[in-house]
Design a protein around this ligand. Structure first.
Ligand SMILES: [Mg+2]
Length: 361
């Protein structure tokens, strides 16, 4: 099989509905955007798909660099092409999503070629997994406790807080939530890089006292040393390397520092399925968990294929709480069924018109 063309199909993406907030200082839900589908076409008549929310950026790197790297190559040579994208990155300094978007489309081709879901090509470990309720930021402790009650009622077995990014307020919230739900519900906290070492340490002590399962990204992930020091100061397990660039190589540095109780992995921030699985296997070699970042069809494949993972992240974006359609009433997410990545499964209102036109060209 040979790649014959690489196209970018720009699409308008409406603003996220309902809009929501992250912590103080971070923009909240995505505004209306210029997205794009990446189409990698082959001489076998199979077209691999992948999606980016940054259409103009994708168009630019495809037109200047990636089309020339991909056309004429074997789309099953994923390892080779993954390294080619890394090689070109040295001169182009790609946005982090670019490494993953090519790889996801290549796995989509592979799935379509042999008519198997990607998680089965990666090697399946399970057919379903529990989802944790991953909150956006709500207005008060009372509202969080109400949201938590709704999540538990809807079947979620665990809850992760995104909160205000104020160490004292977030500590009070974390403690109140533990007292509210009791000792048996796993709780996690995600700081979205909001703190320096002093505040991260203060909050970490509160999370330790409240028995939180993990403490995620309290600080910017540029300094491995700061995380090493935080790990020496607090007892709560740190889960690290969600956004730090350099995929498995940077994750390895976090692990080597001794700070990691677990690591994050994803197609979007860890170089597609290929980089995400490398990261998971790296963690596994140290008996560390690799927990999958973010919801979506690609994350569902990863959750079914990574042995050392325990949850799917399900975003709770509103109050009243809406349980997304991919989570069942027992709080479980199930394996994708389409013989590919399966973006098609997520088009509840049909495929985008621009994409239909491009696919029937
Ligand atoms: Mg996170």
């Amino acid at each position: 099989m040979i790649i014959t063309a690489v196209d970018v199909v720009r699409v308008a993406v409406p603003a996220y509905d309902p809009p929501f907030d992250w912590r103080y200082g971070l923009p909240g839900s995505e505004p209306a955007a210029d997205g794009a589908w990446l189409l990698i076409r082959t001489d076998a008549g199979i077209t691999g798909l992948s999606f980016a929310l940054r259409g103009a950026m994708l168009q630019d790197v495809v037109d200047r660099r990636l089309r020339a790297e991909l056309v004429g190559q074997d789309p099953l040579a994923r390892e080779y092409l993954w390294h080619r994208v890394w090689e070109v990155d040295r001169i182009d300094r790609f946005p982090v999503f670019v490494q993953g978007i090519v790889d996801v489309a290549l796995w989509d081709i592979a799935g379509k070629a042999v008519e198997l879901p990607v998680y089965q090509l990666l090697g399946s470990f399970r057919e379903s997994i529990p989802a944790y309720a991953s909150t956006v930021t709500f207005g008060s402790i009372e509202e969080y406790l109400d949201v938590a009650d709704q999540c538990l009622e809807l079947g979620y077995p665990a809850i992760k807080l995104h909160a205000w990014g104020d160490a004292r307020k977030d500590a009070r919230l974390s403690t109140a939530l533990r007292e509210h739900v009791g000792d048996d519900i796993p709780l996690m906290y995600d700081g979205s890089a909001g703190f320096d070492l002093l505040d991260a340490t203060y909050l970490g002590h509160a999370l330790s006292d409240a028995g939180y399962l993990w403490y995620e990204e309290p600080m910017k992930e540029f300094s491995v040393t700061a995380y090493k020091w935080l790990g020496e100061r607090v007892a709560v397990p740190l889960i690290v390397a969600e956004v730090a660039e350099g995929v498995h190589m940077k994750t390895a540095d976090f692990i080597a520092s001794g700070c990691a109780a677990a690591v994050r992995t994803s197609t979007g921030l860890r170089g597609g399925f290929t980089g995400a699985m490398r990261t998971a296997h790296l963690a596994d070699s140290f008996l560390l968990r690799a927990e999958v970042h973010g919801p979506g069809i690609a994350s569902r494949h990863l959750c079914m294929s990574i042995s050392n993972t325990t949850y799917y992240e399900s975003l709770i974006d509103s109050n009243p709480v809406r349980r997304p359609a991919d989570v069942d009433d027992s709080g479980y997410v199930h394996a994708p069924t389409l013989p590919c990545v399966g973006f098609e499964e997520t088009w509840t209102e049909g495929a985008p018109a621009e994409l239909v036109a491009a696919l029937t060209d």
